[in-house]
Write a protein that binds this ligand. Structure first.
Ligand SMILES: [Zn+2]
Length: 167
């Protein structure tokens, strides 16, 4: 069977995601990390969670981008040739990955606090799987993403060069 390396295949393929993941794990295009976030994407649970009326459409689509590992952060933008450097504009770390942005960037530590508190209440460590997979995190996650100011609202100009290049 031909190995395909496209994250969206999961949404439309009749191939079960776990089976698909095993296929991805054998390819070398970097999509295997997709499986670390959730092994059931996009689940109806997730789709229901981002349909939450408290979430704006912009916030919901931003979260979906994170889920699909297509968030316009510099590590992704560099991979698709939109920016020259994968560096985090907030703290200068070499790679602004999804994990770095959501869980590690020291510049957003204060804004991340509600997410950490919520994870603690649930007696879980904050991880990508939890923050992007648990519907109860969606609102907190949307608040966090907005609070960082990393992405401009529609019609606003970004303060970072990378976002300017993405529409
Ligand atoms: Zn950073």
């Amino acid at each position: 069977m031909e190995l395909r390396c496209h994250t969206l295949v999961c949404a439309h393929s009749k191939v079960g995601h776990k089976k698909h993941c095993r296929m991805q794990a054998t390819c070398n295009h970097g999509t295997a990390r997709y499986c670390d976030i959730d092994d059931n994407t996009p689940s109806s649970k997730f789709l229901k969670a981002i349909s939450n009326p408290k979430l704006s459409r912009v916030a919901a689509s931003r979260i979906a981008q994170f889920r699909l590992t297509h968030a316009p952060l510099n590590s992704y933008l560099k991979r698709i040739g939109r920016v020259d450097s994968a560096r985090c504009p907030a703290c200068g770390e070499d790679e602004e990955s999804i994990e770095h942005f959501l869980l590690r960037c020291p510049n957003y530590a204060h804004k991340r606090w509600p997410l950490l508190q919520h994870a603690r209440k649930k007696r879980k460590a904050l991880s990508l799987k939890i923050s992007l997979g648990d519907p109860q995190f969606m609102i907190l996650l949307a608040v966090y993403i907005q609070a960082t100011g990393r992405f401009p609202k529609p019609g606003e100009h970004s303060t970072t060069q990378s976002v300017n290049t993405v529409r």
